[in-house]
Design a protein around this ligand. Structure first.
Ligand SMILES: *Cc1c(COP(=O)(O)O)cnc(C)c1O
Length: 401
């Protein structure tokens, strides 16, 4: 069986792995900044692109390339570009595609710093951005302008978990000569592969589910064709936000268990979402695997599982949420997501603070919203922890009355 024909689970283990010296089973860490040439003539050939090989690690490195090939294969893309962080990947995408006078149509529920990047640095260079609810296709159609170059979405969106129809949005974008970029960080290629639905570019914060172990910051861009790849590589080489060999090694190692980790993230999240939905202290739970989710059916079409992210609102508002977040013991109060450990955080004061209250409200990010990244612990232990924390919330309410 050809490696490319194998199932996703098998690809997670083998993708990007080649043949190495001494028969090493795992790609070696080429922790070197530069590569020596055998002669001046060979060096010249490498620079002219007439011979394949490595020159300098900002341009290319074998350990980084192994990871890039792995992610490209998992997403079903042509090639990938490893970046220093998810934000470096996002910046590289905007810097490659847009010029002064261009317009970006962006989902209002995206990673906070993405909107900050558009509203500050990109704006300074003459790129305009509008924010809309991309789960509503009518808003997408209306939001497109003659100068729209790029439609940017996250689905499920951060942190509201609204789902956007990647296939339909890509059609609308293409009709208007714009490209669709999907930040697939929340799902990973195990649960959603946007290129299969017509998206042009996929990017990730590798920091999250792909690495999965909360010990690396990294990013990646996946493209569909050689020309786009070359353009992106040029920008990344100029901007310089590349991932280093050691972090590439760690992420590649993490990806080997992506498939089984995602399966457990999904199983645990479904049980916890159902537990929270039934609880009298919880006003609202948003999880794509709940029938109460507004785009439940779209999720079934687009996902191979509903992910490890849950958001919810306490009946007692943010104050109750604060007590809950300060009372959990197993679940840890921290931003970031996608690791093996369960994390809990408050978007309005943490990840989405920089957006400002008005932009948050427009994106459905209420002040009382709490976001969970469900880990792979035993689900009963997580629920036990939540039960004791919810009891504290209940007691606090009683003492108030
Ligand atoms: C974390 C995150 C990013 C940014 O990634 P960094 O690696 O922190 O730079 C972008 N998008 C989403 C959805 C994220 O969760």
């Amino acid at each position: 069986m050809e490696k490319n024909d194998s199932s996703f689970e098998t690809k997670c283990v083998h993708a990007g792995v080649g043949e190495y010296e001494f028969g090493a089973v795992v790609p070696p860490i080429y922790q070197t900044s530069t590569f020596k040439f055998s002669t001046v003539q060979q060096g010249a050939k490498l620079f002219a692109g007439e011979e394949k090989g490595y020159i300098y690690t900002r341009m290319a490195n074998p350990t980084v390339e192994a990871l890039e090939n792995c992610v490209a294969e998992l997403e079903g893309g042509f090639k990938a570009l490893g970046c220093a962080s998810g934000m470096a990947a996002i910046h590289t995408v905007f810097a490659t595609i847009t010029s002064a006078g261009d317009h970006v149509l962006c989902s209002s529920a995206v990673y906070g710093p993405t909107t900050t990047l558009l509203n500050t640095i990109l704006k300074k260079f003459g790129v305009e951005a509008d924010y809309i609810d991309t789960s509503n296709l009518e808003e997408v159609r209306k939001g497109i302008r003659p100068n729209t170059k790029l439609v940017y979405i996250e689905s499920p969106g951060n942190p509201t978990l609204y789902i956007s129809d990647i296939e339909e949005i890509s059609k609308i974008a293409h009709k208007n000569n714009a490209v669709t970029v999907v930040d697939n960080t929340f799902m990973s290629p195990a649960l959603q592969r946007p290129l299969e639905f017509g998206a042009d570019i996929v990017l990730h914060s590798l920091t999250k589910f792909l690495n999965g172990h909360a010990d690396v910051v990294g990013g990646v861009i996946v493209v569909k064709d050689e020309e786009t790849y070359k353009n992106f590589r040029k920008t990344l080489n100029q901007l310089g936000g590349v991932i280093d060999p050691f972090n590439s090694f760690l992420v590649h190692r993490g990806i080997k268990t992506l498939s089984i980790r995602m399966q457990r993230h999904c199983e645990n999240s479904q049980v916890i979402a159902e537990f929270l939905e039934k609880h009298n202290l919880i006003k609202k739970v948003i999880y794509p695997g709940l029938k109460s989710h507004p785009q439940y059916n779209l999720g079934l079409k687009q996902h191979n599982g509903h992910g490890g992210m849950i958001t919810f609102e306490m009946a007692g508002g943010f104050e109750a949420g604060q007590i809950l977040m300060n009372s959990v013991k197993l679940c840890q109060l921290a931003v970031s997501l996608g690791g093996v450990e369960t994390l809990i955080q408050h978007p309005a004061s943490m990840t989405h603070f920089s957006m400002g209250k008005e932009a948050r409200a427009a994106g459905g990010i209420t002040e009382g919203l709490v976001r969970f990244s469900i880990g792979i612990e035993n689900v009963n232990d997580i629920i036990k922890d939540l039960e004791q924390a919810l009891q504290r919330v209940e007691k606090a309410n009683l003492s108030e009355t």
